[in-house]
Design a protein around this ligand. Structure first.
Ligand SMILES: [Cu+2]
Length: 111
């Protein structure tokens, strides 16, 4: 009986655990994609994106979180936000970088 109670309490506590203080993702931009192209985080999660360009100048625009940065080759731009703006937020390359520019998207899924 005690073991059962312990297991039940453990499951209860695990289910109530708040999101980690901050999660960091490394995002690489190159003609013509972001890698990874999407992330999934719990609602309320503090998110940091360290974004680099591996080739030419790109942009990273995430309007739902008022983020707009220019990505210069081989430099890292760090942005942070609390993922609290709905289910999915789309980001895109905001600096024209060639024929496939319009295909450069990144999605923040909030669950
Ligand atoms: Cu572009």
């Amino acid at each position: 009986m005690r073991l059962l109670l312990l297991v039940a309490l453990t499951v209860l506590v695990a289910g109530c655990t708040a999101p980690a203080a901050e999660v960091t993702y490394l995002v690489e931009a190159r003609q013509f994609s972001f890698t990874p192209a999407e992330i999934t985080v719990p609602k309320g999660q503090m998110v940091r994106l360290n974004i680099t360009s591996a080739d030419v100048i790109h942009g990273f625009s995430l309007p739902d979180y008022n983020i707009r940065e220019t990505l210069y080759p081989n430099q890292t731009v760090s942005v942070a936000f609390v993922a609290d703006r709905g289910v999915d937020s789309a980001a895109f390359c905001s600096v024209y970088c060639g024929e496939g520019h319009a295909t450069m998207t990144f999605t923040v899924h909030v669950e």
